[in-house]
Design a protein around this ligand. Structure first.
Ligand SMILES: [Zn+2]
Length: 188
């Protein structure tokens, strides 16, 4: 339970993983994020903490707390006690489908731009087991015959000044696939 500082190079089972679910209403596969590795934002001074953190589980929504490494004030980290798709620092909430650009809006754009079916790519994983973000990215890269470099960095919310490597590479894929800037707001 709780959270801990991420040590660079430490192997995690996953940084972000997706539950692969089919939405019956429109027969479309969705990738629902569950986040293990995240940055922390201090609402008091507006700084991103210098470390990333590993989510180890929560109880009654309490993940943990720490003192800001910039201003020293207390940051209380809470979630919704379920699949981690959003996180709160004091009263300020961040939604991972936006922060990590996993919302279906972006994948739909990718499908249209690349003329591929993500249903076809992900159908076999539906309901079976979760895919890591790296696995999902790799499957999409294979389907369209493209490779990301992993050398690019993006900002998706001006309040958070760095994102995990895995997430940057995911967004690099979206960007390379022609997902438009109007959809990737504040994408650099
Ligand atoms: Zn602070």
């Amino acid at each position: 339970m709780g959270m801990k500082v991420y040590v660079v190079g430490e192997g995690l089972p996953y940084d972000v993983r997706f539950d692969v679910r089919k939405i019956l209403a429109d027969d479309t596969i969705r990738l629902l994020p569950d986040v293990k590795l995240f940055p922390i934002y201090c609402p008091a001074c507006g700084r991103t903490q210098s470390n990333f953190f590993v989510h180890l589980g929560s109880r009654y929504g309490q993940v943990g707390e720490l003192n800001c490494d910039s201003c020293g004030r207390l940051i209380s980290v809470t979630d919704h006690d379920n699949r981690v798709d959003s996180i709160r620092f004091n009263q300020t909430e961040f939604f991972f489908p936006e922060l990590y650009k996993t919302d279906w809006l972006y994948l739909k754009q990718l499908e249209e731009q690349q003329d591929i079916s993500l249903n076809a790519v992900f159908e076999q994983y539906e309901g079976l087991h979760a895919l890591s973000m790296d696995e999902a990215r790799h499957l999409i890269e294979q389907a369209i015959g493209m490779r990301t470099s992993g050398n690019q960095e993006f900002i998706t919310d001006t309040r958070i000044t760095k994102l995990p490597i895995t997430v940057n590479r995911w967004i690099e894929l979206l960007s390379k696939c022609g997902v438009k800037n109007s959809y990737l707001e504040r994408l650099q």
